[in-house]
Design a binder for this molecule. Structure first.
Ligand code: FAD
Length: 388
């Protein structure tokens, strides 16, 4: 069993790091505090071959592996944590589900603009009454000749303030088997977008409202029965969140390590105090363990879409490690760590969100427990009769 990157992967990592150092490092702090999607970075990355890394070349991708895309997140985040969101968008986000299941006509229409960094896509899954219980979603598509009429609404969609195209989960019919997805363009009559609200990370999202919004049937991505396929695609998105959590934790760890080596109190560098050394040891254990789980999930995913179990284990471990390490890094750096003059507080805020987004830690643990006991645990309230 070889736990090392291959020579090719090491070379790729070095190339990406060089690119990040040259083009992204100097603007990293400013970028972290800008809520807008960094289209300039996306266009630069497109030229560098960092968009669509694992998409087939015939779709405009690079024909690489998911592991390559994970390496790209790690190397970009090491210089500019915010720019790792662009790697996420171009490789792991809804773009991946879209590229996997979209028709040739759909891909021809939108994929080129998405991969070149000219356009961003937003995923509308969550609704006010359907968060973790996503299959409770109510947004509906009713057939009307060659069109569908969409009614309902979405909340918390990342990039919704700027996206031109939205991948919307909805139902064509009642029940799990009635769920599918469609593509809806900004500006479609009957589709309105509320004013932006901010997450703790500074990223913005807007409410999406659909009132008798007519879309052509060609915009259906996955028809009724598509939910399982969508969730398989969504496991790729989860891996991106997993990789960014760990990468932000590592960024904060490295910043705190440098600080503790240089900063002196009581006439000694901070790193000479055992109380801090043990913090670093604990942080290193968390990062190293989570790293292996991430690489396991990503490298077995290269033989197909990632396994739900391996992804759940990796995401829960990296979400926890990323946040706990970033939070300890803030503590180690004192008031400076808590200040917006460094990216450490940003990494702490950013990693906090991934403990909720893309499958909360609790929902992931539910999934892991099902694997442990090799049975399904229905989370739904049982009717009084069924419970008897
Ligand atoms: C940074 C960020 C980005 C996001 N981006 C998007 C996006 O692009 N598109 C999109 O559609 N949505 C997005 N979301 C929304 C995200 O998918 C939801 O927040 C998530 O599914 C949880 O739903 P909820 O917030 O409604 O919490 P709820 O489902 O109401 O859960 C509240 C709490 O209860 C816990 N809980 C719920 N059910 C159970 C259970 N059965 N067992 C144990 N604990 C449980 C949850 O873990 C959580 O801690 C984003 C969220 C965040 C924070």
């Amino acid at each position: 069993m070889n736990l090392d990157l291959t020579e090719e992967q090491k070379l790729f990592a070095e190339q990406v790091r060089r690119f990040a150092r040259e083009h992204l490092a100097s603007g990293a702090l400013k970028r972290a505090h800008d809520p807008g999607f960094p289209f300039d970075v996306a266009q630069l990355m497109a030229k560098q071959g960092l968009m669509g890394i694992s998409l087939p070349q015939e779709d405009g991708g690079q024909g690489g592996t998911l592991m390559d895309a994970v390496i790209a997140i790690e190397q970009i985040a090491a210089e500019c944590p915010r720019s790792a969101d662009v790697v996420q968008f171009g490789n792991f986000g809804p773009i991946r589900t879209f590229a996997e299941y979209g028709t040739q006509a759909q891909k021809k229409r939108w994929l080129g603009d998405l991969l070149s960094g000219r356009m961003v896509m937003s995923l509308g899954m969550t609704e006010p009454d359907a968060g973790s219980a996503v299959t409770d979603l109510k947004t509906s598509a009713r057939p009307d000749g060659s069109h569908y009429v969409i009614n309902g609404g979405k909340v918390f969609s990342t990039f919704s303030a700027e996206a031109q195209i939205f991948l919307i989960y909805l139902r064509f019919a009642p029940g799990l088997g009635g769920i599918g997805s469609v593509l809806i363009e900004r500006g479609t009559p009957g589709f309105s977008i509320g004013k932006p609200s901010a997450f703790m990370s500074g990223e913005e999202w807007s409410e999406l409202h659909f009132e008798d919004c007519r879309i052509p049937a060609e915009n259906v991505l996955l028809g009724p029965g598509g939910f399982k396929k969508q969730m398989a695609g969504f496991n790729v998105e989860r891996l991106g969140n997993t990789a960014r959590s760990l990468a932000c934790g590592r960024y904060a760890f490295n910043a705190a390590r440098e600080y503790a080596s240089a900063r002196e109190q009581f006439g000694r560098p901070l790193c000479e105090f055992q109380g801090l050394q043990w913090k670093f040891a604990d942080m290193a254990i968390k990062l190293e363990g989570a790293q292996l789980l991430l690489y396991r999930a990503a490298s077995s995913a290269d033989r197909g879409l990632p396994s739900a179990y391996e992804t759940a284990v990796a995401k829960a471990a990296c979400n926890q490690a990323g946040f706990e390490v970033a939070s300890e890094a803030v503590q180690i750096m004192g008031a400076l760590g808590y200040s917006c003059e460094t990216l450490v507080e940003y990494c702490m805020r950013r990693t906090r969100g991934w403990m909720i987004a893309g499958g909360s830690i609790e929902m992931l643990k539910n999934r892991i427990a099902e694997h442990v006991f090799d049975r399904r645990f229905d989370q739904r309230k049982r009717s009084a009769q069924a419970a008897e």
